[in-house]
Ligand binder design. Sequence first.
Ligand code: BG6
Length: 282
Amino acid sequence: MPVTRAEKNVTITHGSSSATIYFFGATLTSWIVDGREMIFVSSKALLDGSKAVRGGIPLVFPHFGTVETSRLPQHGFARNSVWELGPVTETAEETTVALSLTPGQVPFALATLWPKKFQATYSVTLNGRDGKLRTSLQVTNTDSEPWEFTALLHTYFATPDVRTTGVQGLTGFPFTDKVAGGLRVEAETRDRVTIAGEVDRIYHGVKSEEVVIDAEGKNLVSIRTNLPDIVVWNIWTKAKDMADMGDEDYKHYICVEAGSVSKFITLKPQESWEGHQILASL
Ligand code: BG6
């Protein structure tokens, strides 16, 4: 499968399927299967490294949201750092590109707010036979002290119309409703979570075989993951207050974000952690 390195990104291509990953943030900005773009990027997204990309799959590390005990900005620094392209590996069916991040690559002002030693590797695998995409984040503590973190794959999926979009596979799981001020709800009762206003929820301990997104009566994409939590987010009409989102852009995306965010994970020196998702177009 051809791998094309450009100044700011790298693209894996196979027939009519492809994946493009920017070095800035290691943010995947495009995943095309049989000519269909599966990933949303805002019409006003900045791709020049001045701000995290509004769309694609930004990486959230070393913490999700804002944390009282940390001065780091929301969602940490991984999405604001320039990652280094590492090895490309190929098998008969799949091509993987790996990108890496160490503290020296993190903008100084952010690195000093979380002065821990770590090695992060992000691997993106495109399967040329079925177009499946696997994105995997591996983190190792290279410090002499333990540290704790949360992480998330903040995927913006493209949808023809979010008002017809549903998320299946979350039934029965507890969630925190951030729009309702952090209200904790014991169980999702719906078979299909729909969007009819601003939605910002963390579903905890999701053990679905797969989570499926549908729109206009058709299944679009499935997500399989080893990560315990699923965040569902759409900004709705507050998009007009966001500098890097077009007023109507909210209609064309749904964020379904696999992560480990409900509680901090502690890594001892030399310990590693890995979280991934496998996305299949349907
Ligand atoms: C989601 C959060 O993961 O990311 C939301 O649950 C947040 O609360 C959203 O608004 C976007 O965050 P940001 O920092 O990219 O504007």
